[in-house]
Design a protein around this ligand. Structure first.
Ligand code: SAM
Ligand code: SF4
Length: 461
């Protein structure tokens, strides 16, 4: 199928829209629409992107917080990345793994080493892994991916196991995506990095990734292969963030219209320092903290049912501020070098900003009113793609997601938490149970919690 890229990313239109300076009245109209949870068009989102005065910014943040809480409650889903290889045939100027960087220690984990890493992640208490690899199909091919995924799912350590493997590897052909789908993966992620043609060309001088169109069409190939659970992203700092947010929304809108469902998640990495990269040390369009918060808030209002992912690239204190604006998933306890959960002898992809272990992150979440969740039940009950979107409506979330989050958090507390975190976590669970309005749901949940306490695992409603 021949795709016209301009239909997906109308660059000229976006360039005009990003300069929009709307009236106060127009901003209020858009915020009011967003509060009805219908989402926003790219044109409406543009109205919010140039807000600068503190008062209106606070209004924007408040609206984002309201929408987030209506849809997701206080739940935050946790995961950790597992880097399996830092070999790469591309040359993204911002990344330590790029082929031309001769100054790094290359490493691809063999199957046993991958399992050892997965073991460490399970022993932290995680149930979700994001498999990540540099783009070199001679190192990381589908046979290897198939084998490691199968072996990770087979791994059982005491009461621990991985229940969902998301994956961020090189874009594939339709045929290969069809094969990937048979591996029982969760979300397939690939980030466009930048939607600006010229910047894209400058940042990706060689390798398969140099082809802008092939990269944009990645999700078309994935959907056409039957994968309907995909994650997209922009690497913020390469070009004007207002352009990127609008282009990201245009892409999401296009996927929704063409395939009946938009992306399941959006990631918003900001460029961090990376070994041997000048661009990463001094990004050409560095995004400030306040701009980053605006990006999160606008995305939350524009695509309210799409998961927003925040990684350990961001500093611990700042993560706290951003969480409330719309984030639904975050990584914790992460390493970005292959083998990093065991030793430090390979180069990491970029510097991370939050070095805390999972236990500490969980404790802070519990103490600040959030509900840490390790839930994977939707996917395992087949509620993905459009089904998931239909499901992610406030009433149903209260009925299923909240209790399931509590059950998986209880598992974590029983099996992995330090004493201090157990106390904070138990209190957190009690507070969230008290907020469940339906007495029958509450009763059922209490019975299930008792079962978890008595050693049963993987129970969901
Ligand atoms: N190699 C695959 C790719 O490029 O899509 C997948 C893995 S790559 C390791 C994951 C993501 O890390 C990239 O898509 C990019 O957005 C991000 N990344 C690369 N360099 C970075 C840096 N210096 N700081 C923050 N994120 C970076
Ligand atoms: Fe390779 Fe991905 Fe890094 Fe680019 S971002 S150099 S493709 S690992």
């Amino acid at each position: 199928m021949k795709i016209n890229i301009n239909n997906i990313i109308p660059e000229e239109k976006i360039n005009d829209l990003k300069e929009l300076k709307p009236s106060r009245e127009k901003i209020n109209d858009v915020l009011n629409k967003a509060l009805t949870l219908q989402g926003l068009s790219m044109e409406e989102a543009a109205v919010l992107l140039n807000i600068e005065d503190d008062e209106t910014l606070n209004q924007l943040f408040k609206a984002a917080k309201t929408v987030k809480e209506k849809i997701y409650g206080k739940r935050i889903v946790l995961f950790s990345p597992l880097y399996v290889s830092n070999y790469c045939t591309n040359n993204c100027l911002y990344c330590a793994f790029r082929q031309a960087n001769k100054d790094i220690k290359r490493r691809k984990l063999n199957v046993d080493e991958v399992i050892e890493e997965a073991r460490s992640i399970i022993n932290m208490g995680h149930k979700r892994i994001l498999l990540v690899a540099g783009e070199d199909m001679t190192q990381v091919n589908l046979d290897y991916i198939e084998e490691i995924i199968r072996k990770i799912y087979e791994l059982k350590i005491m009461k621990g196991e991985v229940r969902r493997i998301n994956i961020n590897i090189a874009p594939l052909s339709i045929e290969d995506f069809k094969r990937l789908k048979t591996f029982n993966i969760g979300t397939y992620q690939s980030f466009q990095e930048t939607y600006n043609h010229e910047t894209y060309k400058a940042m990706h001088p060689s390798g398969l990734k140099a082809n802008y169109e092939y990269r944009v069409e990645t999700m078309d190939r994935a959907f056409q292969a039957g994968l309907n659970d995909v994650g997209v992203g922009v690497l913020y700092g390469l070009t004007d963030y207002r352009f990127e947010v609008l282009a990201q929304l245009a892409h999401a809108e296009y996927l929704d219209k063409t395939y009946g469902t938009g992306p399941h998640t959006i990631s918003m990495p900001r460029i961090e320092p990376a070994k041997g990269s000048e661009i990463a040390d001094q990004p050409p369009h560095a995004v400030s903290d306040i701009e980053f918060k605006k990006i999160v808030a606008v995305l939350r209002l524009a695509v309210p049912y799409t998961g927003l992912i925040l990684t350990t690239r961001e500093r611990a204190e700042f993560r706290k501020e951003v969480l409330e604006l719309g984030v639904s998933q975050m990584s914790a306890g992460s390493k970005t070098n292959p083998g990093g959960y065991h030793e430090e002898d390979s180069t990491e992809q970029f510097q991370i900003g939050d070095h805390r272990g999972l236990d500490e992150v969980i404790r802070e979440l519990s103490e600040t009113g959030y509900l840490p969740s390790f839930c994977t039940s939707c996917y395992r009950l087949g509620r993905v793609g459009k089904d998931f979107m239909d499901y992610a409506k406030p009433g149903l979330i209260q009925k299923f997601c909240q209790p399931n989050a509590i059950l998986t958090f209880k598992e974590y507390l029983e099996d992995y938490a330090s004493e201090e975190t157990q106390i904070a976590g138990q209190k957190c669970i009690e507070q969230h149970i008290a907020e469940i309005p339906d007495e029958r749901v509450k009763e059922k949940l209490n019975r299930q919690l008792e079962k978890v306490h008595n050693g049963e695992r993987d129970i969901y409603i």
